[in-house]
Design a protein around this ligand. Structure first.
Ligand SMILES: *Cc1c(COP(=O)(O)O)cnc(C)c1O
Length: 503
């Protein structure tokens, strides 16, 4: 059945029906919680939200299925127009002309360095790298965060509301959020980072921003202290409401759906027709990036395998190999040389497990709500659905260590004259182990090497070249406030600034 055209043109999209809703319902996209909360929400209603009220994650009620003719038509589109087409399937509460303008404003060569936005380069026959890190902060998080900034500004203006974004960062997320929000009306960012623990480059990227609406807070503590303060502040419902506090963390659906676009773009760049399949290998931490690949595959993009690559923090590799999902404690979460993947749990995994379980919300709630809380783990190894992880959903996994990372950076440099960052190296290492001669493998490049100069030096004996626009960034004047690791102090700091601005 044809979907209601949103663009005036006929968009041939068929939708599988998981439930028996009436014809009218199919023209609208609703979001539901993975834990079965009865409320169905619209895109703009969940835009500013994190978790669903029952603690679940929002997912689309159905994944739009694409037919061959649509894929053919999309093959020739520019990145911003492709983004508009894909987002239109998930967003029906923003007028198409406005959404199109938001995509055009976001995915510009001035922001992402190239007209193709996410160009694919070839290392050798069958092995490609999709460049997702040419944005303002040189990491893939810009791909989604830049869109989110524009969507938030649009929606806040429409509601005549303001938002104060509170976050904790050890590097990439914080700077991506600040560069996405720095010139946005109605938005202020309070970003906490562990004082003196980020690399000089990362610190300079954030602290050199002079924009009024960006507040850097250096916390006298470690990253976990920063995260605990976010939790404490977000847990104070009254404070949160009074000061209009929100988050832009990795479970945000808008970020995830923005990431779906580059899977299509990379696929079109590597193939010549829709009969061809590709594999993706993705350096993973919170399962956000690769979850977008899962969504693309569910929509019918011809992806054969999705290969999850972890570092020494192998929560995800363990799950995909054994069926056991075991959250780590602080003592078992390692500081590695691919630091943006140093996670103790994979926040987005619940979205995939929900699909794996045939969208059984009761079971998802029992696994992620009850069992994880009570035992810190769950085990699907004995369940017949676990066999479908690879067979039906295409998921495979592998792990990479510091020594692998150095060897892969060295090898890729020597043989292909291509310099990759430590996270991308984890992806390339695991991709090679899963290489299938008949299927092109695309590794997602999640950061540029200049952000992790120390590890590059260790691998190659020299530092990476720095793009000219970052010359001398460490010497720029810095704007930040040092606060103790104490939620009360942070709260009064926020209150002072928010009230000061509105009085
Ligand atoms: C955030 C990040 C990752 C991990 O992405 P997830 O979506 O959390 O899986 C990998 N590499 C880099 C450089 C990152 O910034």
């Amino acid at each position: 059945m044809a979907r209601q055209p949103l663009t005036g043109r006929k968009v041939a999209v068929t939708r599988p029906l998981p439930n028996n809703c009436g014809d009218k319902e199919q023209h609208h996209m609703h979001y539901i919680s993975t834990r079965g909360h009865p409320e169905r929400r619209k895109f703009c209603e969940i835009l500013l939200e994190g978790l669903a009220p029952d603690g679940g994650l929002y997912v689309p009620e159905v994944y739009p299925r694409l037919d061959d003719a649509t894929l053919d038509r999309w093959r020739g589109l520019s990145y911003p127009v492709l983004a508009f087409e894909i987002l239109s399937l998930y967003i029906d509460d923003i007028p198409p002309a406005d959404l199109k303008a938001i995509c055009a404003k976001t995915y510009r060569p001035e922001v992402f360095g190239t007209a193709r936005i996410a160009p694919v380069r070839t290392l050798e026959t069958g092995l490609h790298v999709a460049e997702l890190s040419n944005g303002p902060t040189l990491a893939f998080k810009d791909m989604a965060m830049q869109l989110l900034g524009n969507l938030l500004e649009y929606e806040l203006a429409r509601r005549d509301e303001e938002l104060n974004i509170l976050g904790a960062t050890s590097g990439d997320t914080g700077s991506a959020a600040e560069y996405a929000m720095r010139d946005k009306k109605g938005i202020r960012v309070f970003m906490m980072s562990p004082h003196g623990r980020m690399s000089a480059f990362q610190q300079a990227q954030m602290f050199s921003l002079q924009d009024e609406n960006i507040q850097n807070i250096a916390i006298e503590g470690v990253f976990d202290d920063c995260q605990d303060i976010v939790k404490a502040v977000s847990g104070d419902a009254d404070f949160k409401r009074r000061h209009r506090i929100g988050a832009v963390n990795s479970i945000n659906w808008a970020r995830l759906v923005a990431q779906v676009v580059y899977y299509f773009s990379a696929y079109f760049q590597v193939t010549t027709g829709n009969a061809e399949q590709v594999d993706f290998a993705v350096p993973s931490g919170n399962f956000g990036n690769i979850c977008a690949g899962h969504v693309a595959r569910m929509m019918g993009l011809p992806i054969s395998r999705l290969v999850v690559a972890t570092n020494e923090n192998d929560v995800l590799d363990e799950f995909f190999r054994t069926g056991v999902y075991r959250v780590r404690g602080r003592a078992d979460t390692y500081e590695t040389s691919s630091p943006s993947m140093d996670i103790s749990k994979a926040s987005n995994l619940e979205r995939f497990v929900f699909d794996l379980l045939g969208r059984d919300a009761c079971r998802t709630r029992s696994l992620f709500g009850t069992q994880l809380r009570d035992r810190g783990s769950f085990d699907l190894s004995g369940d017949p659905v676990f066999a479908q992880v690879g067979a039906r959903f295409g998921f495979h996994s592998g792990k990479s260590t510091h020594a692998d990372r150095l060897a892969t950076i060295r090898d890729t440099w020597r043989r292909f004259n291509s310099l990759i960052d430590p996270h991308t190296a984890d992806g390339v290492k695991v991709a090679r182990e899963h290489a299938d001669p008949g299927t092109p493998m695309i590794v997602l490049e999640t950061a540029l090497p200049v952000k992790f100069a120390g590890t590059i030096k260790e691998a190659l004996g020299r530092e990476p070249d720095r793009p000219p626009r970052f010359d001398g960034i460490e010497d720029l004047p810095k704007r930040f406030e040092i606060l103790p690791a104490d939620a009360k102090t942070v709260k009064s700091y926020i209150a002072e600034i928010v009230q000061g601005a509105s009085s």
